[in-house]
Design a protein. Structure first.
Lengths: 335, 335
């Protein structure tokens, strides 16, 4: 290809992103300089965190500049190289852009990956990537599970949640999942091994409090929180003494002003904690996490689902699945 | 006295307590049975937590029954006894009622105290009581301060806050306090040794965010939170990586529906935590805390202020000082 299609951020979304916030633009295939290499991107990881990078506010990562491709973790093949250690034909993964091509530099965030070591190279975006490592370290390190603990996972059928639920079962916990719709709830118990599932659709705050209370009559030792809003507030009303809440995401508020949690006073009542987590902190331990996840997967204890939409022209619709909840597994775009 | 005046909870307050929620009732001095003793209450500790016990909701302590005296920690003298270990004339402290007399039992929450061991017996309600131990363990155990940390204390001139600020200085931290009004702010820096003071009065959320940012340009390692609402949300916008928030109280919301914290997403950005705390958990370690606090006080490193209002007929006004912020130090009622 001599052309480079790019999924460009044209303006900052006001609340929920709309198609007009983006544009598919085509430029000439970029040139590389000394120390650089050209990646033909094959897959892009679509994550809720990307929504935050579209805003013009300080966070752990800088905002995506307007007029630039939407930032995402991508997997691709080196097509040209003037950088040591990155040879033509090599598979690489890095924080690049949703585009046919990206230019990267040696010593940056882009690293070689071994496509032959895994069942599918896309597993580097799920089981062995940020998603898998978030589930592994976010649950084991931040939530400190003990055998017999009662665990609530919100966003339980999502990329991270479905892995957390399965790890919790491996660790001997009783696991309750919250998800949207009967299909997803069936997946929780039938495919991921959750002990019970709560469908949040059609339930107001009071009904959520009651449903969690019914599923966990003795209360929750752990919440792995991906959602926020009423779902988090309902979880907080069902804590046990010394509960640990791992705060992984707040997808319910990414397209609107933050609401946080009203029932913070429950932390005092139950001497509980909310601890924020972000996976890059565990980079030095990714090897440990990947090995454990790989062994569990190989032993059939862990299933990983990937939802792959095709075509860069479908980037917007594919990304919005995360907020509609219409994806089944880790959301990936095949470019 | 043959009569027993009692500060009775007549109905549950709807939001802010009003005088009509209470009544001063007089009954005959109660009789004791076997294993019981009669306490002549001299002092009652007025604490924000009492407001929570007036509501009809489950918490760490049961609601105060309607028609009964308002529950409080009191200090008094045993006037009659049919219980082993509790002799007439002995000073005792326990969770009893705001009344001239309480009947208690051996083996309950009421324990003897040594009035001669402290400068004033009321110190058992401040420095050596729940207030002092909340400051000591809540700060050292939950917030894990390190030398050089930047610490924000909210409700900084209050009974707990003023002690936390001083302990933080003893531990080599830079300490910022938030309080209401210029007088209290002057007390923070002049009397308690805070490095700087922020007057929250007349400041909206944005102004609070800016004021904290100015006082702590590199961000906060620790927040010791007594207040909640906009003050907590503004603190959350000024965190450093790995910040620890000790959640001791949320006095701003005790008379209204809970608001919690909107800016919970900042916990993810900064991998920070909010940990609820409640002092009874540290009962087995009170000896350790009391010794440290006593030594610091004796060495002139720690000042403790007590605000003592007199007369059970003034119980309502004295209690409401906690929410008006018109007390200067630990609020105590001399019955």
């Amino acid at each position: 290809m001599s052309q480079n299609r790019q999924f460009i951020l044209k303006r900052r979304p006001d609340g929920e992103p709309v198609p007009e916030d983006f544009a598919l633009e085509t430029e000439t295939r970029p040139q590389i300089g000394d120390g650089q290499f050209l990646i033909r991107n094959h897959y892009a990881s679509l994550d809720p965190a990307i929504r935050g990078w579209m805003d013009d506010r300080e966070s752990y990562a800088p905002p995506i500049p307007l007029g630039e491709p939407v930032r995402a973790t991508t997997i691709g093949v080196v097509e040209e190289s003037r950088a040591k250690g990155f040879e033509e034909g090599m598979w690489v993964m890095g924080l690049n852009g949703i585009a046919d091509y990206s230019v990267a530099e040696a010593g940056g965030f882009t690293q070689p990956i071994d496509a032959d070591a895994v069942p599918s190279v896309t597993n580097y975006l799920s089981l062995f990537g940020a998603v898998g490592m978030t589930a592994y370290f976010g649950f084991l390190d931040v939530c400190e599970p003990k055998e017999g603990d009662t665990v609530l996972v919100t966003g339980a059928a999502g990329a991270v949640g479905s892995l957390v639920g399965q790890i919790a079962k491996i660790k001997g916990c009783t696991v309750i999942g919250i998800a949207g719709g009967p299909e997803k709830c069936a997946r929780l118990t039938e495919r991921y091994g959750y002990d019970s599932a709560i469908d949040y659709r059609g339930k107001d705050y009071e009904a959520l409090v009651a449903a969690i209370g019914e599923a966990a009559p003795d209360g929750l030792d752990i919440i792995f929180e991906n959602v926020g809003g009423d779902i988090l507030d309902a979880g907080l009303m069902n804590l046990r003494l010394g509960a640990r809440i791992g705060l992984c995401g707040l997808i319910s508020e990414y397209n609107s002003p933050p609401v946080g949690a009203r029932n913070l006073w429950q932390l005092i009542v139950h001497r509980a904690r909310i601890q924020g987590l972000l996976v890059p902190d565990y980079l030095p331990r990714f090897g440990e996490g990947a090995q454990a996840m790989g062994e569990w997967a190989a032993a059939g204890k862990l299933v990983v689902d990937e939802h792959i939409d095709e075509g860069i022209e479908n980037a917007f619709d594919a990304f919005m699945r995360l907020f509609e909840g219409s994806n089944q597994g880790k959301m990936i775009l095949k470019i």
